[in-house]
Write a protein that binds this ligand. Sequence first.
Ligand SMILES: Nc1ncnc2c1ncn2[C@@H]1O[C@H](COP(=O)(O)OP(=O)(O)OP(=O)(O)O)[C@@H](O)[C@H]1O
Length: 520
Amino acid sequence: MSSLSPDSSVPSARVEKERDFYRMLLELGQADEIDPFLSDALALIVEISGAIRGYIELMFAPDDREPAFWVAHGCEDQDIAKIRAAFSRGVMAEALATGRTISTVSALLDPRFRSSKSVQQNRIEALICAPVGSAPPVGVVYLQDRAQKGPFSEEDRRHVEVFARHIAPFADRLLLRRRRSDEADSTRLPRRTLRADDIVGRSRSLAEMLAQVAAAAPLDVAVLLTGASGTGKTQLARVIHESSPRAHGPFVELNCAALPEGLLESELFGALPGAHSTAARKIEGKVAAAERGTLFLDEIGDLKPHGQAKLLQLLQSKEYYPLGGTRPVRADVRVIAATNIDLKVAVQRKEFREDLLYRLQVLPIRLPSLTERREDVALLSKHFCAKTCKAHGFSRLQLSVDAICAVEAAEWSGNVRELGHAVEAAAIRAAAEGVVQIERRHLFPAAAGASRPEKGAVAPVEVGPYRGLTFQEATRRFQAALLRDALEENGWNVTEAAAKLDLARSHAYRLVRAFDLSRR
Ligand SMILES: Nc1ncnc2c1ncn2[C@@H]1O[C@H](COP(=O)(O)OP(=O)(O)OP(=O)(O)O)[C@@H](O)[C@H]1O
């Protein structure tokens, strides 16, 4: 056997490498989830061939503009457009069209590819590209650049071809699943006109809301977003902006709850030098900063009467006066407002101007709470799990089937943020244990201080300091102590403390005032 060492029966390094390769391919093939399997398999072929970059792309149809699935290895950028631009489209197209493996020592010198823009721009040298599947191929495996100078060998080519044959049945299964799940996705239609990739979910209630967003986004009218805290109003405001003709303009956010009444006018409209004690120089207001873009007014229900009057004036006349200014300035901004309180009730209580409410809610959009879209909980949990792994540099963790059942069964009070925090905490616990799956116990640890108790269960808390007090007084003192603690921990940054406690910012500000908390 030519691959054995001449003087013994010890296999050569090449044979060992090859054996490892096949063994690992077989092991990888046992995986239930195809996406991570393809990602691991790609890392393996990149390593075996000594390539620097690798890419797998699968398509529903050969002339589709976007891939149905893709995974890259050795590429910093997570933006698919940038990753695709770094590889030779010409080479991939040829492998797909001919059903044959393409390889070259240097694409830059190869007369078949040297005129291609991507080849010139990325100065592409050695590459191999093998089609996946046959009659017709459904995608490609593409390797580019070698760690050690020189071309890919015949052996590398053989490995890539074996690899492409091995993953072909997985690719077929993945495409079939994707096609079926795409057909079942009720949000597919409205998503077509929106830049809403970050909005996870496929439930009917989310689809109905996205349909309203798709109708509202291109129109230059005010939008009022309502819904419980943490349901995604801020995220949706960005989607509306990015899907509108103002997408190239700025998106400027102003939290009305965080704003002391005296600062509102200069914050919103800016101030001319000398307009007030702190305005030594001209201060640019948020309206000016949002010129030709979108001004997002969060927690609009907390705007005080004076602020409401000023905002109404702006919406009616499209003009405003900077503080200390005598001439009106024209404003070209689209206003999107958000609130988690019922503004109609606030109007009845004379806390919010009715005329302003009508100006703001030309197109009102209510965000469904998590309880109305329970079928999205599993998808959202997986999304938060992947996001946490990426943010903390964990190797890929997955939620076990049992853990998914547990998150689906738990009560989340409609709050997506709360679900996100619980999954993040669970991922951190699982990573600390060095396991690869997040289990129920990571999500709902029995100890005190656990994130979200499962339905019915309440984690124990020490009652010592509150003994002897009435229920109300004990609750009040406990809340004040908890909030003070979070504020201390976060340098008295109310927004961060609110996020830590999973409170709406406006609620946190109200509590700070109600408990009269201040730095000691
Ligand atoms: N459908 C979704 N898909 C993915 N992430 C989501 C979704 N909805 C909400 N989130 C995430 O949940 C968190 C809370 O969302 P966001 O801040 O937009 O809520 P909000 O309604 O503005 O909250 P608040 O009323 O407290 O200001 C964010 O991290 C957001 O990215």
